[in-house]
Design a protein around this ligand. Structure first.
Ligand SMILES: Nc1ncnc2c1ncn2[C@@H]1O[C@H](COP(=O)(O)OP(=O)(O)O)[C@@H](O)[C@H]1O
Ligand SMILES: [Mg+2]
Length: 285
């Protein structure tokens, strides 16, 4: 279970203001902007949550706070009872949190095959250590590791995101890959990692319709066939349509959260008719 407690994230504005004071004195006043404002949210195990809302609303920032790429100004993040607020990305990854960036980074000098193999092996080792712990707790001997955890097929992960494995396994992760290809490879890596919590930031960006159809099925399958949790940031109705719950984030706050059936009809009214966005613009006045 993931719990965000009164999470806030402020940045200092570049434009500091020169303020003239009485008797010829002046001072520089630093302005800060609150990107995430006092957010409290709980995500249960096996959750399938879509986070949506207008551009600039703070969705990517929230994902970065969950992954430890940004540190909150105040508030806490609790993961399975552990306070992870001050943990770095690596520590959080070890606890089983993965994140697919909105704009993925290029790992120089590594091949597509190595990246996915590494992720899949990692997932296999983690599954094995979880089983080992479980067997120890129950006092049962562990079955042969290889009979229980099969080494997954790299090609399978690439085809899940609509890439023909033959063309890609030996490619270098470098500038020769297009943005969309890189994005899909990163999504394949997260699928291969198969961690208890995966966060995807706008997985639809740069993906063609055919691959997107495939991806929808992959997300549904991930949710159906494991107890892992999925948080998907998206503007796509088709992704909102497969999530169990929807969180609407605007101006750094949660405007609404609820079951898909309660939230989606309101969102589909569009910006004009949607009460979540109206509340946001009213608040901004
Ligand atoms: N480190 C940062 N410094 C300054 N501004 C930031 C920083 N991170 C995000 N922002 C700003 O915060 C707002 C929310 O950004 P973001 O979380 O990317 O929104 P979303 O993903 O919902 O479109 C944007 O206006 C963005 O420019
Ligand atoms: Mg974003």
């Amino acid at each position: 279970m993931l719990e965000l407690r009164n999470l806030s994230f402020q940045v200092s504005d570049d434009a500091s203001e020169h303020i003239e004071m009485e008797e010829g004195h002046s001072r520089e006043e630093e302005h800060s902007r609150e990107i995430i404002r006092d957010i409290s949210l709980t995500f249960e195990d096996h959750a399938f949550i879509a986070i949506t809302g207008p551009n600039g609303g703070g969705k990517s920032t929230l994902a970065k706070l969950i992954m430890g790429i940004e540190q909150p100004t105040s508030g806490q993040i609790i993961y399975n009872g552990t306070d992870i607020t001050r943990m770095d990305i690596t520590q959080r990854a070890k606890l089983g949190i993965s994140f697919a960036f909105q704009q993925p980074v290029r790992f120089k000098g590594i091949k597509v095959r190595d990246l996915i193999q590494l992720a899949a092996r990692h997932s296999m080792e983690e599954a094995h250590s979880r089983e080992e712990k479980h067997s120890r707790e129950k006092g049962q001997p562990l079955e042969d590791k290889h009979s229980r955890v099969k080494f997954p097929d790299i090609c399978d992960y690439l085809s899940k995101v609509g890439l023909c494995a033959r063309d890609y396994v030996n490619r270098d992760i470098d500038a020769s890959l297009s943005g969309g290809e890189l994005k899909r490879i990163e999504i394949a890596t997260i699928i291969a990692r198969n961690t208890p919590l995966s966060v995807f930031d706008e997985p639809e960006a740069g993906i063609d319709l055919w691959s997107f159809n495939n991806l929808i099925q992959v997300f549904e399958e991930m949710h159906r066939e494991s107890d892992n949790s999925l948080i998907i940031i998206s503007h796509q109705e088709r992704i909102l349509n497969i999530a169990d719950e929807i969180v609407v984030l605007a101006e750094g706050t949660v405007q609404a959260r609820g079951r898909r059936g309660d939230i989606l009809p309101e969102l589909l009214k569009g910006t004009e008719g949607c009460k979540f966005y109206q509340r946001q613009s009213a608040a901004g006045q």
